[in-house]
Design a protein around this ligand. Structure first.
Ligand SMILES: *Cc1c(COP(=O)(O)O)cnc(C)c1O
Length: 396
């Protein structure tokens, strides 16, 4: 059966649009118009031009020879870390800002955890001269000072979310509240393949440029556009959705979704949604989420702020539940080790989120002849504090 979203926004039993009545006009308009706008030649020309000249695409597909020798297979890295602002997130914010302009919106809001999506959103707002308000948990504002400074320098207003655990989920709640209060002029740029339909599909389409490029790049490198495995980390799941997109209906390509096990899957400090999650509704879509028996959200935990989310996008819930994708859970320590391992075999410092995907190489079974692509979702500059702590505690 083909894997694609249906008209009501469902992937199998996951997805949909569960929203307050006040947001109906906005979400309906988006749903009605996103595909036709994205198909307009003028939109495509602008989108492609900015991806090339502003973001720096295509991102390289790099054959990591020393890493390949270490694991005894062929490993390519899809270098999203080389994009402007340092991660894949800019692919989506470029797409959504162009869409917001087509919808005549003048005010942009966003939520952010580590601040990467906030920076990517503030960046495109500066580029287009639009007002930008970013909601961020008060705890994350403390933890991620450099990204807060970047957003302010870019002209965005960073508003603290002070409810709950004061992290990403609370920032998302605040952003939704803002949208309800200012629906006319505001577009909400969601940062991952989560939220009510059409966001998961729309964001996946903007990020699908990742696997679109992988196909022709692999063909050039190996003579075959299909790898044996594609590996990506999953917070909400947008870099994974982009890396999987053009292989979803090619069953011979194994898709590996890597999530954060924090201090251990069953430690009570984890974000391993595919293992611990049950069906429920969060932020407008029906998906897998970490909740108590009576439906209270369980606070997620991961060393990496980008994977520290209690849910998972509906596409990934579907892929994992149907067996199309394999889920792997990686602890903080395993991710830290993988970050140092990549840095010292290839001279590339990855983001902590990305390090989870790399650590999965130790957990998977594969053949010597296998060709794998790891989506290198972002660079590690923002994570230097955690890396310095590791250096000091390991006497490196
Ligand atoms: C935000 C982020 C992620 C997690 O988000 P997804 O939507 O799951 O891709 C992963 N890697 C990096 C570098 C990020 O900034």
């Amino acid at each position: 059966m083909e894997i694609a979203v249906d008209e009501r926004g469902y992937y199998g039993e996951f997805g949909g649009a569960f929203i307050p009545e006040m947001l109906y006009p906005n979400v309906e308009e988006l749903k009605r118009r996103y595909l036709s706008i994205m198909e307009e030649p003028d939109f495509q020309r602008r989108f492609r031009q900015l991806l090339r000249d502003y973001v720096g695409r295509p991102s390289p597909l790099y054959l990591a020879e020393r890493l390949s020798n270490h694991y005894g297979a062929t490993i390519y890295l899809k270098r999203e870390d080389l994009n402007h602002t340092g991660a894949h997130k800019i692919n989506n914010t470029i797409g959504q800002i162009l869409l917001a302009q087509k919808l005549g919106k003048t005010r942009i809001i966003a939520e952010t955890g580590a601040g990467q999506h906030g920076v990517a959103t503030a960046t495109v707002c500066a580029l287009m001269g639009l007002q930008c308000i970013v909601y961020m948990g008060a705890v994350d504002i403390q933890r991620q000072a450099p990204n807060v400074a970047r957003m302010r320098m870019l002209g965005a207003e960073v508003r603290p979310a002070t409810s709950g655990s004061q992290t990403l989920k609370d920032a998302t709640n605040e952003a939704i509240r803002d949208w309800i209060n200012h629906p006319e002029e505001t577009h909400y740029i969601i940062g991952s393949v989560v939220g009510p339909h059409p966001y998961p599909d729309m964001v996946a389409r903007f990020q699908s440029v990742i696997s679109e490029e992988m196909k022709w790049q692999l063909l050039e490198h190996t003579g075959n556009s299909d790898p044996d495995l594609v590996i990506a980390c999953v917070g909400g799941g947008s870099n994974a959705a982009g890396a999987f997109y053009h292989y979803l209906n090619t069953p011979a390509v194994r898709l590996v979704a890597v999530e954060a096990a924090g201090k251990g899957i069953h430690s009570g400090h984890s974000a391993a949604t595919s293992v611990l999650g049950t069906k429920g509704v969060i932020h407008g879509s029906r998906t897998l989420l970490m909740q108590t028996d009576d439906g209270q959200i369980i606070e997620p935990y991961s060393i990496s702020a980008g994977l520290d989310y209690p849910g998972i996008g509906p596409m990934h819930a579907h892929l994992i539940k149907t067996g199309r994708a394999e889920a792997v859970s990686i602890t903080d320590d395993e991710a830290l080790n993988a970050a140092f391992s990549l840095t010292r075999t290839e001279g590339i410092i990855p983001a902590l989120e990305t390090a989870h995907a790399l650590a999965a190489l130790d957990k998977l079974s594969f053949k010597k002849t296998d060709i794998m692509v790891v989506c290198l979702s972002g660079r590690g500059d923002k994570d230097l504090a955690a890396y310095i702590e590791y250096l000091d505690s390991h006497g490196l």
